[in-house]
Each structure stands twice: as structure tokens, then as C-alpha cells.
Design a binder for this molecule. Structure first.
Ligand SMILES: *Cc1c(COP(=O)(O)O)cnc(C)c1O
Length: 408
């Protein structure tokens, strides 16, 4: 997918009418595109018994969860309430993998009681798990293979000092605990970081997991996490899932013969499924010319979409209201009392006060990372399915903020 394809799909939606009836800002999600991505990934790995566990931290709107549930997806949940959200959306408990970090053992127990699969990411927890459940409840173990897949240092989890997973160098220790406590390990997991740009690097990490897997005779699945990179810019290098599929499929199948049994191949995409399907629609409130810059101040900010400020992420922006306007250079900023800059020196068709702008790639880590800073309510969310737009979360208001305060 590319920015041009995103724009083309967006142009099929009457955004002006949605803004008139629901107000701005709002998140707009293209449900059909989410399903296209889901099917594309499954297709790429169709030579294996591939299962997709959508990482709902990317976007946990229950309507999107239901959409993916209907398509056959499972979930990867990182908190106990993400597990509960998944159950509310209709997922079978066993279709949910719980992959937390830095949790107390009690949260693991809650997940077991709910029937979710648990993924253990530290040695102390593994010991407690074995002591408590022995072999009665299976678990998955999260391995850190220490392969850095490149890209943005903010979002790598596989490097040597990462807090995530159990180091592959501690495997002997892990095996000792598993054998002593009689733990039934039914899955091994790795999630190296955010960007698979090179299937060779990915296969290197996979080989480490295959090696480790030979030490666990009761496996049912290998979970390769995520790392699927999508386009934020037109010239971005993205993960070629079809190529990855053909490389991994053959190697996975040969590994299964070596292992002696067919295993399921799991992935946990977040961004890949939802990023490009989402747009944050904002209105230009103010134009301000300073000596060096023309600022467009919009009716949203870092409280709604923090990725540009938090990760220095590039998000493409289009002026929907003036598609034929003369291109000019702007800095697009939010309305929060912080330097909440969405874009610097960005070429946009001439922006006038009142124009609607679309911020691209807002489907992942947009609403789920939003907050109420400056007592500004979170935006609405609209999902388009089969061409029909539907409000799937109303805009917050002051009463929503006051509801939790005792003096209210
Ligand atoms: C965040 C996360 C994912 C999804 O990552 P994306 O970059 O959004 O695809 C998958 N697995 C785990 C364990 C995660 O924490």
C-alpha cells in the first residue's frame, strides 16, 4: 500500500459531510482496508498453518475488534483489561494471547482464570508459574533473540538491554526451570521490534527460535510477533510480506519436519492491519505568519495523536478542502500548550481557516495513546464498513472528565 492508495480510498468517503454532522476532530477508519491487510497477510503465509493475533494495543475500538474477530483473527493483549476487552468483543479466551511485561503474578493468574493463553516474559514469573500450576496450564515463553531489525531506536525491543522477553542466552536456565517444575510450554514467542525491512534479518532471528524450540517437546505454535513496516511516506521501504512469506514458509515447513510435528505459525501485527486504514480529520483554526514560518493551527494536538511528537514520526497530511490550491509550505501545529508540532515545512495545498485536513496513518497508536491534557476531550471515531460510515465512539465532553472526580 502507498500514500497514493490511501488518498484514493479516502476520496471515496464524504469527509465533509461527516465533519458537518459529527464535528471535528475525529478519527476515520476504513474497515474494508483493515480486512484487505488481514487477508493479504494470511495469503502470504498460506503454505503454513498461520494464525493472526491482532495486537489490540494499536487500536482497541470494540467495533474494530469485532471486525477482525469476524474475519477469524485472534488477539495479542498486553494488559488484563485488553484481555477483557477482547472477551467483550466476542473472542474465545483461547484465541487471546496475553503478553504483558512488568506485571505481578496475580495478573497472570487473572488471565489464566479468564482462559487466555499466557506468555511469560521473565524468569521469576516462570518459576512462580511452574510452582503454582505445574503442568496443568500450558504457557508460552517470550524469548529475546537480541536481533535488532533496524529502523527507529524508540521502538526496538530485541536489543541487548531491552526489558522485553527472556534473553536467549538464559535458555539453559529456562529449560532447567521448565523441567524441574514440569511446565508444559506450548509456544515460543519473539517480538524483535517494529521494522522488518530485510527478510534475511528476520530469518536470522527465526533460526534462533527454531534452535530454542528443539528443547521444548510439547510445542503447538511458534509466534514471530510483529515488525511489519507500513508506508508513512511514498518512498518508504516497507515489509514485503509476500517475499517474507515465501522465505519463511519453506523454512518453517522444513523445521516442522525436523521437529517431528506440524506447528502453527503465529504473527501479532498491530500497525500492519490498522495504521494505513485510519485518518485523523482536523480543522484548520488559525493561520499565523511569523518571520520565517507560516503556522496552521488545528483543532487537535498531541493529546489526540502523539506519534509525531513522541516518536518523531512522519505523518502525511492532505488539505481535503482545497485539493487544487497552490502548494505552499507550512508548519502544522496543535492547540495544546506544548510544542505539539504535527509537521514542519510541509507542502500543502493552500490552507484557509476552516479547511479540513487529513492526517494519514492514524489508525495505529492514535486513539489508544490519546489523553485529556489541557482538559480537552478525546475525539470521536467513525468506522466505514461496506461503504457505510458509522459513529463507533462518541466525542468526550466535560461530563466524561468530571465523572471520575469525587468533588463533582
Ligand atoms: C506492540 C506489539 C505488537 C504489535 O506491534 P506493531 O508494530 O504494531 O505491529 C506485537 N506484539 C507485541 C508483544 C507487542 O507488544
Amino acid at each position: 500500500m502507498s500514500i497514493a492508495q490511501s488518498l484514493e480510498r479516502l476520496s471515496g468517503i464524504n469527509v465533509g459531510q461527516l465533519a458537518a454532522s459529527h464535528g471535528t476532530p475525529f478519527y476515520l477508519y476504513d474497515g474494508d482496508r483493515i480486512l484487505m491487510q488481514y487477508r493479504r497477510l494470511l495469503q502470504a503465509f498460506s503454505g503454513t498453518d498461520c494464525r493472526i493475533k491482532y495486537a489490540l494495543k494499536a487500536n482497541n475500538n470494540i467495533s474494530i475488534l469485532r471486525l477482525l474477530h469476524k474475519a477469524g483473527s485472534g488477539l495479542d493483549a498486553v494488559s488484563i483489561d485488553e484481555v477483557r476487552l477482547g472477551l467483550k468483543a466476542g473472542f474465545e479466551p483461547s484465541a487471546i494471547l496475553f503478553t504483558p511485561n512488568s506485571v505481578a503474578f496475580s495478573e497472570i493468574q487473572e488471565a489464566v482464570e479468564l482462559g487466555a493463553q499466557v506468555n511469560i516474559d521473565n524468569i521469576s514469573l516462570l518459576g512462580q508459574f511452574g510452582h503454582h500450576y505445574g503442568g496443568r496450564v500450558p504457557c508460552c515463553i517470550r524469548i529475546n533473540p537480541h536481533i535488532v531489525a533496524g529502523g527507529n531506536t524508540h521502538i526496538q525491543t530485541g536489543h541487548i538491554d531491552s526489558k522485553f522477553g527472556i534473553s536467549i542466552h538464559q535458555l539453559r536456565h529456562v529449560v532447567r526451570i521448565v523441567e524441574t517444575e514440569g511446565i508444559r510450554v506450548n509456544g515460543l514467542h519473539m517480538h524483535t521490534g517494529s521494522d522488518i525491512l530485510d527478510s534475511g534479518v528476520f530469518v536470522q532471528a527465526a533460526e534462533l527460535l527454531f534452535d530454542a524450540a528443539l528443547q521444548f517437546p510439547e510445542l503447538e505454535y511458534l509466534d514471530f510477533g510483529s515488525g511489519f513496516k507500513v508506508a508513512y511516506k511514498d518512498d518508504d521501504i516497507t515489509t514485503d510480506v509476500e517475499e517474507l512469506g515465501s522465505v519463511i514458509t519453506d523454512r518453517f515447513r522444513s523445521f516442522c519436519s525436523e521437529y517431528g510435528r506440524p506447528l502453527q505459525l503465529w504473527f501479532e501485527p498491530g500497525k500492519f492491519l490498522v495504521s494505513e486504514a485510519g485518518f485523523l480529520i482536523v480543522r484548520a483554526n488559525a493561520l499565523k505568519q511569523t518571520t520565517a514560518t507560516v503556522f496552521v493551527g488545528v483543532d487537535s494536538g498531541q493529546n489526540h495523536l502523539i506519534r509525531p511528537m513522541f516518536y518523531d514520526a512522519y505523518h502525511h497530511i492532505v488539505n481535503l478542502s482545497n485539493p487544487n490550491g497552490t502548494p505552499r509550505i507550512y508548519s502544522v501545529v496543535g492547540n495544546i500548550c506544548e510544542t505539539d508540532t504535527f509537521a514542519v515545512d510541509r507542502k500543502l495545498n493552500e490552507v484557509r481557516e476552516g479547511d479540513l485536513l487529513a492526517i494519514f496513518n492514524a489508525g495505529a497508536y492514535g486513539y489508544t495513546m490519546s489523553n485529556n491534557y489541557n482538559a480537552r476531550p478525546r475525539p470521536a471515531e467513525i468506522l466505514v464498513e461496506d461503504g457505510l460510515p458509522r459513529l463507533v465512539r462518541r466525542r468526550e465532553n466535560l461530563d466524561d472528565l468530571l465523572r471520575l472526580m469525587n468533588e463533582a
